[in-house]
Design a protein around this ligand. Sequence first.
Ligand code: B3K
Ligand code: ZN
Length: 880
Amino acid sequence: MATQDQSVVRLEDYQPPAYRIDAVGLDVHLHPAETRVTAKLAIHRAAATAPGTPLTLDGDGLQLERVEIAGQALPASDYAVTPSSLTLHEPPSTPFELVLETRLNPQANTALMGLYRSSGTYCTQCEAEGFRRITYFLDRPDVLSVYTTRIEADAAEAPVLLGNGNLVESGKIEGTGRHFAVWHDPHPKPAYLFALVAGNLASIKDRFVTASGRAVELGIYVEPGKESMCDWAMDSLKRSMTWDEQVFGLEYDLEVFNIVAVSDFNMGAMENKGLNIFNDKFVLADPETATDQDYAHVEAVIAHEYFHNWTGNRITCRDWFQLCLKEGLTVFRDQEFSSDMRSRPVKRIADVRLLKSHQFPEDAGPLAHPVRPRAYREINNFYTATVYEKGAEVVRMLKTLLGDADFRAGMDLYVSRHDGDAATIEQFLACFAEVSGMDLSQFALWYDLAGTPRIDAVPAHDPATGTLSLTLTQTLGPTPNQPDKPAMLIPVRIGFIGANGEELEVRPRGADQVRSDVLLLSQRSQTFTFEGLPSRPVLSLLRGFSAPVTLNASQSPADLLFQLRHDSDPFNRWQSAQDLATRELMRLYAALRSGDAVTADTALVAAIGEVLTNEALDQAFRAQVLNLPGEADLAREIGKDVEPDHILAARRLLRAAIGSAHARQFADLAETLGRKPFSPSAADAGERALKGLCLGYLAVSEQNDRAAIVTRHAREADNMTDRLAALTVLVHERLDGADDALAAFEARHAGHALAMDKWFTVQATSPHAATLTQVDTLTRHAAFDWSNPNRVRALIGAFSTGNQSQFTRADGAGFVFLADVVERLDQRNPQLAARLVSAFRSWQALERGRASLAEAALSRIAASAILSRDTRDIVERCLA
Ligand code: B3K
Ligand code: ZN
């Protein structure tokens, strides 16, 4: 009989906790190398637990100094302790107070989990399992406790002391140079939401009055000198607070809301109750150093973390398998927020681009997993595009199925019923089923099945009867551990376009198969019949990308061009351009790969020109259309035996054809667009995006003075978006002036780490054979720092995920380089190393030579004698 892997955690094994911890009193004496933490835990036995049942608390690398119950040191025979657990053999059967003292070394904590230091500031990261690096605890999301935290530190070293909840006391400790603050959070929460910060920080303050009239003090804390870069974040926070009241009726619930920006952070940000801690990249913004994309990201991440206050904090997850309960829902909420703040269609296009470029490949490779996974070895490896982005799509589909009013009613019920709970996906769905009367059991498969469903659409029009029948067939291929899959419920939004481009009002027969303009595909194959269509309409399928599927509709190029011109759904207008471009790029790729002479299709080149100059379309939208499918998108489309150099060449060929055909328009637009003083508004950002694309096309055109034009743009730019766009074009197209522009950028931004990250990324993503050597050289640049995740991601993450042709070089040197980096970083920061190694996830789709070189690099990592659980998990799944 096969033995089960003990280190695997399984959803089916979930058991409620045997003990509860009602209250936690922490006393943290901060010291760089010898921090002392005293935890007083008020524990009680759960009703279902037999008296005397042992209690095992989680720990991770802890050093225990003291253990007491009811003021008495516990005899050593009463407990067993290791760095990773503390077991009380026979705990009191009535409620008791357990006192634990642990000793920590924050400055030696390079994993950035638990309590660590970032540029001298003490900070914490506890999700998913970091609290156990601070004290022994029931470190699981279904144990909710009320926390009181006393923080004591050297007043000169750490003048600012922040904790969760409200400040209740603070003062000096006479004669010691130390001071303290006591924070109390009245809302019971799981340990992963605990946080503290102590350091020499500057702040900006503001105030928000909630809909019911309660005043909230808002603070954003940063390194001194960076306060002026926090205004956009504060503005975003206030807009988020207002939006959540207006759209979901959700108000903030403490007297204080603080945000702290730190420079060393493993991910984007963390929603700790009342004390969000951020990667400074998602807080700091000014026109000189942040791009429009950065502004949009700051706005979205500030909103996302704030929205977690309800979807995540007030209602948390029962176990980590339910992660999408908070993440998918909160991503959906932040996407909706950004749509309301900006252009809804453009936001939707950007989100779908991200989904297709990150989540689809994940779902198509060895790391595929359901939105709600059923097993994990390392939970940190499941903060994925599938849990987040596909999880958000599932919530979006729920809204599409129910309609706005029932969706909102379901959310209201979820919040009122589960406030204070650690909930499950089943409980979430039950609220929506209850308010709508819908049976959501088939819909629930979206949480359980990995892989991207494919829909084949076959229309048949009969002019004699004026009938159109549309057969939709769904296929969901096998993924790891899921060979055979049932049919899913897929909402397919649809429209019909008449011969003059007008929208036709047509509904199918059979009201149970349709909700408004949404077809409910619930069987493997289903035919929908539409009447009153004497002439053949052009079909617009999957409007707004109503489900995360790949659609195979085999439209004719003429129909796609017609859609590009006339579809009233802006998403599908964009999609039809992408489809046309994808087909053309696939054709060019195939020809180039077989060594045939080939030129770009002039009809497509002309259609792109039409969009470029169509003043009726907003500029951000035009920019999205001009932005051709990326190399990774094409690799996904090709599916297997992928040869990245020819993908690059095909893209370049088409871009050059477009650039040359419309060189004059590109040059003119580049001159006229984006001339006003900088504002981060969506409209101005769209204008700058279009301008950047114009420069890119100009650079690959036959225009003689193209290098001079782009160089001038780089030199004259008065904001980071324009400067970086021009620099990227110069470097990636290797135009004259590229080196000087790089040097000028470096000189200008030398002191600013986040701006220098862009300088690293531009070079790392340049699609040329010399790039790998340059990336290696840049690891020795003064501004590069192996211990800073942003720096590592800007250079090495950008190279391995943003430079397909060079990472997958035919000689395998890109793979070897990444394997070296992963081995170097693994012991220092396992989460960062595991993220980086995920760049291998599509290796099996590569042509044989490259695939075997990638496999060899992965196997070499797997063979390392010492490897973190994080990295080993990814590597072994990639190789399985
Ligand atoms: N909840 C955090 C992510 C924590 C990641 C832990 N490895 C940020 C967010 O999704 O809002
Ligand atoms: Zn989140």
